[in-house]
Ligand binder design. Structure first.
Ligand code: NOJ
Ligand code: CA
Length: 552
């Protein structure tokens, strides 16, 4: 399982955009959900060549890096988070040559590339799992996964009470009587990370993509790879209490998450990352009971960052945002690494819709973005948020593809609808001209939200993102480790903080108060999510909006 499918590109194509090893500390990373970004070959599915062709758009948007969701060989049961070959590109998305061409162009444009690594589980079509099925109980092949005999008469009950994150039991029984563990879909069997071959395999997979020039990895389910010895019961389940175990994610201890030995894995990975030039990094999708436990994933001998997910659950209130920011900054102080802010991703309802299902949702989302982009640390944007896309709530059930939908009735498809690029009719230039295919249908109302419609349009969300990212890139007070966040006294419902550097003070003000808020004394406005209004020689920040000011 260690042979490469193709020779990596020449060293000249693998050169990172610049020599800044700490680039990730303040980077704005744009998450590309490859399947829904841009379709180059007219089959209705986004692909790597589609990403390559749209790179100039992302350069002009002003982001520093792209995180690509999995594009590896996969039966696509979970949108590619079920990998059958970690060293190849699924034909749906292209070829390794397409990947090489894409990363070479990205680097030439000064954009870095982060790829998704899915180490907790493979696809059930992975050769290892197929071999385990054939070899049967007690075989060496089954040792690479978590097979176990059942409980009760004839072993007909699962080995323990663990639940799948996607709902239902985390165990599936095979015709030969044994059960196997899958914390997600039955098509995603969990690997046995106590097995040396599993460890060796993923160290080689890391090198495979590092050799191809990737600048970093987003580690899927980074807290999940090690399970408690003896696979002990959680002690409650949906069946016994009506409470799902997943409710403890990030709040309590579960025997299948955040086990101490998981850190051995990252301590083995870090020297591999460090052995490559140009600042190769890893960001963890990790959930832990406390900030202190989350902090253990980060540091000079483990991973570089762990997502701060608290914004995803914040409500539209000054108290809620203030709490999220203070908590995350305190966590960042514990870990000694900058925060990674996230307002939206491919697993959560888009923030436009979270903040209200009418025009107020968009207005608030734009304000939240200015808030996030003024904070220290890195920010992860999810494709389409720069267009102000809402969640698509009315997808027909038969088109929904999220495996969680059939198990829980909850579906993440509504944030995965293809991006509208141009034109009046769906799918709005998602594919080449004349192609009307898209794997999920875009709403009939999205023409006005397309990239073409918003480009150059004063006040558009796209132009707001461009302005904010341009200022963020250039302003000394918004640079990597510039200026601590200093909260300013304000009226109720108004958040204001400053960051200072190189003789200038940048102040971000967000108005959640329900009425216009005076913003005199903060200096000159640099960017605002809604036009400021005049009052008695001063200025007012409208309700549900945010602005940045500069004082020298
Ligand atoms: C987290 C990913 O973000 C999500 O999309 C996926 O379903 C699970 N991990 C399982 O890999
Ligand atoms: Ca395609």
């Amino acid at each position: 399982m260690t042979a490469s499918h193709a020779t990596p590109p020449a060293a000249s194509d693998r050169t990172p955009p610049n020599a800044d090893h700490d680039w990730w500390r303040s980077a704005v990373v744009y998450q590309v959900y490859v399947r829904s970004f841009a379709d180059a070959n007219a089959d209705g599915i986004g692909d790597l060549e589609g990403v390559r062709r749209r790179l100039p758009y992302l350069r002009d948007l002003g982001v520093d890096a792209l995180w690509l969701t999995p594009f590896y060989t996969s039966p696509m049961v979970d949108g590619g988070y079920d990998v059958a070959d970690y060293r190849d590109v699924d034909p749906l998305f292209g070829t390794l040559a397409d990947f090489d061409a894409m990363i070479a162009d990205a680097h030439a444009l000064g954009l870095r590339i982060i790829v998704d690594l899915v180490p907790n589980h493979t696809s059930d079509r992975h050769p290892w799992f197929q071999a385990a099925l054939t070899a049967g109980p007690g075989s060496a092949e089954r040792e690479r996964y978590l097979f176990a005999d059942g409980r009760g008469e004839g072993g007909k009950l699962p080995p323990n009470d663990w639940e799948s994150i996607f709902g239902g039991p985390a165990w599936t029984r095979l015709p030969d009587g044994q059960w196997y563990l899958h914390l997600f879909d039955p098509a995603q069997p969990d690997l046995n990370w106590r097995h040396p071959e599993v460890r060796a395999e993923f160290e080689d997979v890391l090198r495979f993509w590092l050799d191809r020039g990737v600048d970093g990895f987003r580690i899927d389910v980074a807290h999940g790879m090690i399970k408690a010895e003896g696979l002990p019961d959680v002690g409650f389940s949906t069946l016994t209490t009506g409470r799902r175990q997943v409710e403890l994610l990030g709040k309590g201890r579960l025997p299948y998450f955040d086990q101490d030995e998981v850190h051995d894995i990252y301590r083995a990975w870090r020297p591999i990352l460090d052995s490559y030039p140009g600042g190769r990094m890893a960001v963890a999708e990790a959930w832990a009971e406390t900030p202190q436990r989350l902090a253990r994933y980060i540091g000079p001998d483990e991973l570089h960052q762990a997502f701060s997910f608290d914004f995803l659950d914040a409500t539209w209130s000054a108290e809620s945002f203030r709490k999220v920011i203070d908590t995350a900054l305190a966590e960042s102080a514990i870990v000694g690494a900058p925060t990674t802010w996230v307002l939206s991703n491919h697993d959560k309802q888009r923030h436009v819709t979270r903040y209200g299902d009418g025009p107020e949702g968009l207005r608030r989302a734009r304000a939240a973005t200015l808030l996030m982009l003024a904070l220290p640390g890195s920010a992860y944007l999810y494709q389409g948020e720069e267009l102000g896309l809402p969640e698509v709530l009315d997808l027909p059930d038969e088109l929904r593809q999220d495996p969680a939908f059939r198990r829980t009735g909850e579906s993440r498809d509504g944030c995965r609808v293809p991006i509208p690029w141009n034109g009046e009719l769906p799918p709005y230039g998602f594919g080449p001209q004349g192609c009307d295919l898209s794997w999920l249908p875009a709403p009939a109302t999205w023409g006005a939200l397309s990239v073409a419609a918003q480009t150059g349009a004063p006040g558009s969300t796209l132009e707001l993102y461009r302005d904010a990212l341009r200022i963020r890139r250039a302003h000394p007070a918004l640079a990597a480790d510039a200026g601590d966040v200093t909260w300013l006294e304000t009226g109720p419902g108004v958040l204001a903080f400053s960051r200072a550097a190189a003789g200038t003070v940048l102040t971000c003000v967000v108005n959640i108060s329900g009425g216009p808020a005076p913003v005199d004394g903060y200096g000159d406005p640099l960017v605002a999510s809604e036009p400021l209004t005049a009052r008695d020689g001063g200025r007012l920040l409208p309700v549900d909006s945010a602005a940045w000011f500069e004082r020298r």
